[in-house]
Design a protein around this ligand. Structure first.
Ligand SMILES: [Fe+2]
Ligand SMILES: [Fe+2]
Length: 197
């Protein structure tokens, strides 16, 4: 078989939707063996009429987390580039960091104590995947605790403190990077379970 025949066969299979979908995050930790449900229910079907009533609650919680994170980084960037003053920065970001931390702890707690153990009982072959997500939660807890300590300092800091802003910014970026990978891998593992059960 020539290279061009192979290419056109691959193209035909892709056109027919026969190629297995790959996880969406470029640094996904999900292994091929864990994707049997993802292959049955790939992301382009998650919000279709047949599945949306089972999948949208989880996706909308994640969308809310991503939005909160985006707003925090926007405020931080606005202050660092001189678009807003210290007092406005502090009054805008401090309560939002508290809400962000609260929402994430609340969401992780429900996953750790309810959903993940239930999913592992339903699909023991996915246990190693959920263990990765559990470890992400532990790592995120550490970052959120550090963020909380810095935010408490910010709330009581009446004079401009650029070093503190940089420390907060770095923690926000670290949390954002980890969450981007975590939320995407989690959706690729969980949403097909919700949709297909
Ligand atoms: Fe999670
Ligand atoms: Fe989640």
């Amino acid at each position: 078989m020539t290279a061009s025949t192979q290419n056109s066969n691959a193209q035909n299979r892709a056109d027919e939707g026969l190629l297995a979908p790959t996880p969406r995050h470029p640094d996904s930790r999900l292994e091929a063996d864990w994707l049997f449900l993802y292959e049955k229910l790939p992301p382009n079907q998650w919000l279709s009429a047949d599945y949306v009533y089972k999948t949208s609650f989880w996706l909308s919680i994640h969308a809310d987390i991503r939005k909160r994170q985006h707003v925090l980084i926007q405020i931080s960037d606005a202050y660092r580039s001189g678009d807003i003053e210290w007092l406005e920065y502090r009054s805008q970001i401090s309560p939002r960091i508290n809400q962000y931390i609260f929402k994430l702890h609340q969401h992780h707690n429900i996953e750790d104590t309810g959903y993940f153990p239930q999913f592992m009982r339903m699909y023991p072959q996915l246990k190693a995947g959920f263990e990765i997500l559990d470890r992400d939660h532990v790592h995120l807890d550490t970052l959120l605790n550090e963020l909380q300590v810095l935010n408490s300092r910010l709330a009581s800091s009446n004079t401009e403190d650029k070093a503190l802003v940089e420390q907060l910014h770095q923690r926000l970026m670290d949390a954002s990077e980890l969450l981007s990978q975590h939320l995407t891998d989690e959706e690729d593992l969980v949403i097909p379970i919700l949709g297909l059960n």
